[in-house]
Design a protein around this ligand. Sequence first.
Ligand code: CCH
Length: 285
Amino acid sequence: VSAKATGPFVPAKEDYQNVYNEIARLLVEKDNYDDGSYGPVLVRLAWHASGTYDKETGTGGSNGATMRFAPESDHGANAGLKYARDFLEPVKEKFPWISYGDLWTLAGVVAIQEMQGPAIPWRPGRQDRDVSACTPDGRLPDASKDQKHIRAIFGRMGFDDREMVALCGAHSLGRAHTDRSGYDGPWDFSPTVFTNEFFRLLVDEKWGWKKWNGPAQYTDNTTKTLMMLPTDLALVKDKEFKKHVERYAKDSGVFFQEFSDAYVKLLELGVPFTTEERFVFKSSE
Ligand code: CCH
């Protein structure tokens, strides 16, 4: 679109908006999956591609898209994310100029916005790298652990308490799968709509251990159909974390803003950007 007659193709905002629109279109078209949407698993792909970042060594993060390769694709935490990567393959074929790192993070933005979440300003600049840039296993959080672990993992990425809690609010989306993490079930009653329900339920509902043979997880006392991970409950067991849970449970506007800021930061960890300007994409009708 913006290509000069001679120089190389330099994509502009409208080119990325076209990629956005194609992903949004496919989200509607391919509704025969989970609760009717690939949206949640796309949010998780963008997060796991980015959340490997280590601020001390500058390694990991969404630059490189190294989850395309084993061993990173086989890390336990990434089980099931092949569905998200495969979903995006036709988009890569249609827009071959976009890097996988930009595509996966942009897909996270599309998914949040199309599931009625906040606008997520985004900028391009990730370059695909080879298998040698794969990160070691163990950089993503382990759901069986406590607040100390959450602070260690997210602190390594450079986040503070407030940002950690905001980011975990993404669990208003999607579900756990027994054949992926071993855990089972959705966190709330609208797993394909981005809301602050995760926080409201953490505060208002009584959570007890689920009686089953699977890994230790919580279930709600009222319907016994919802779930929380041990790391989710840590957000109300820890006094400092709980302050933010209560703020977000009370005020969805505050949650949306602080989630957006933290997700922007997450998606940009370790990326050698050459542009300052972020794009805000138009959501579908
Ligand atoms: Fe998460 N998450 N997450 N999570 N997550 C799982 C599913 C989703 C942890 C563990 C799990 C974030 C933080 C954490 C999503 C987004 C985010 C599952 C089930 C586990 C386990 C996987 C399965 O079985 O399919 C832990 C531990 C932490 C932090 O301590 C953050 C941060 C984000 C995004 C900002 C989304 C979305 C899902 C649903 C995926 C789906 O397929 O429906």
